[in-house]
Design a protein around this ligand. Sequence first.
Ligand SMILES: Cc1cc2nc3c(=O)[nH]c(=O)nc-3n(C[C@H](O)[C@H](O)[C@H](O)COP(=O)(O)OP(=O)(O)OC[C@H]3O[C@@H](n4cnc5c(N)ncnc54)[C@H](O)[C@@H]3O)c2cc1C
Length: 380
Amino acid sequence: MRTIFSEEHEQFREQVRRFCEKEVVPHIRQWERDGVTPKSFWRMAGGNGILCTTIPEQYGGPGGDFLHACVVTEELARIGLSTGIPVHSDMVSPYLLHYGSEELKQRFLPRLCRGEIIGSIGMTEPGTGSDLKNIKTTAVRDGDEWVINGQKTWITNGINCGVVLLACKTDPAAGARGVSLIAVEADAPGFTKSARPLEKIGLHAQDTAELFFDNVRVPASNLLGEQNKGFIYLMEQLPQERLVIALRSAMVLETQLEASVRYTGERKVFGNSILSFQNSKFKLAEAKAYCGMLRVYIDDLVRQHVQQRISVEQAACAKLVATELMGKYLDELLQLHGGYGYSAEYGIGRAWVDARVARIAGGASEVLKDIISRQWHGLL
Ligand SMILES: Cc1cc2nc3c(=O)[nH]c(=O)nc-3n(C[C@H](O)[C@H](O)[C@H](O)COP(=O)(O)OP(=O)(O)OC[C@H]3O[C@@H](n4cnc5c(N)ncnc54)[C@H](O)[C@@H]3O)c2cc1C
């Protein structure tokens, strides 16, 4: 029994689940073949109140809370859809809401909520990912405009995006204190995208692209918040983003565990079900025990986060534990499926390969361990 969601959240869950079963599940395999989720899906998701759930009604959003966002995350995880909705709804729109001027909010949020435009966040570059303060993309002020030059890679929703929130150096000599966030619209002259989504080993329905900026001019008012405060804004939002990844990981693992119990109970080997072997029962029992522990832990952090935002360290612990456990146990569940586990037709194989990136993006496990260990720096 989970206690963090109210009856109203559970009703919303039913609504999201119905939407997923009807409008998403029948198309996932095609979207995976296409390497992108079509824009028509985004508009439909917006029309059904599934995008940008935490954005207030005055900006065209459903006016929900963080738990509504959690519901969407979990239901998408349950069906194994790998869209960039978390980036669009849980990163781009909150950045605009928290740091954007009233004009930027009015300009972008209603269209993001309706799914008319899709949002991306551009931090990573070919030369730097984990070490964000070393980005090379620059934004130089020229009168009433910013002039942007540089390149970004691995950008989720990159092909489809109508607006990207770009991490740029506005004071290249100042390291982390010289980073700003600037909104760049896709039709800005000089802004181009890679011709096709990057070819990835998983997350095939999620478009991931390279973005290029060649003397791109945007109004000075496209700056989010204050100049050179971008790194601080990114750090402020990271705990929630990492908690969402942890939540998704817990749901993926739970879903695949249930499916694996069913599969091993049905499939006969040497005249008996796979589940009848002691090894299978022990593997499944162990996964169930750890899933239960993970669920209680993550739900408690979600509850704390709703009351008072969790710390950077708490979020690092949550993402580390959830993504590492997911990786370990999905691998063991796949093993119990034999050759069918390696088939793209079965959810476990796709979940296994999709899960791998969770230990890299949003803070690699090693970076998270470094964050957690910082509290002991005084003892060194
Ligand atoms: C599918 C996908 C989607 C993505 N979407 C986006 C997006 O929308 N926007 C965006 O900006 N980026 C995105 N990224 C990029 C992602 O955030 C980076 O890949 C991630 O930050 C790691 O950076 P990197 O790939 O440059 O690896 P590197 O920084 O080169 O790190 C490589 C490895 O070095 C080790 N390492 C790094 N730092 C340390 C340390 N301090 N201590 C010990 N070991 C360390 C770790 O093992 C790490 O995995 C995405 C990536 C993928 C794969």
